[in-house]
Design a protein around this ligand. Structure first.
Ligand code: ZN
Length: 87
């Protein structure tokens, strides 16, 4: 994963389409309580999402949590002759 303030980049191709990470949109993390379904705000650091889980456990005594990572992508159609179209 990227460091603090870093921007993750990647390209993933499938058939004539490719996914490109949205410029400036790093991987984000969110915590979720499996008991009541409450979710943390999404944050840039996994540690911050885990801290939300600990605070929630301390305040309401729920003990099952999920921390997930997510990222936004743009899908672009690939030009068969010269690679990816540029805007
Ligand atoms: Zn809860």
């Amino acid at each position: 994963m990227s460091g603090r303030g870093g921007i993750a980049r990647g390209r993933y191709g499938f058939a004539e389409w490719t996914l490109t990470t949205v410029e400036g949109m790093a991987v984000r993390y969110a915590g979720k309580c499996l008991s009541c379904g409450e979710r943390s705000p999404d944050v840039f650091e996994a540690d911050d999402a885990q801290l939300w889980c600990l605070k929630h456990a301390g305040s309401v005594r729920h003990s099952g949590f999920e921390v997930s990572a997510f990222q936004y992508f743009d899908a672009e159609m690939v030009d068969g002759d010269s690679g990816v179209r540029t805007p």
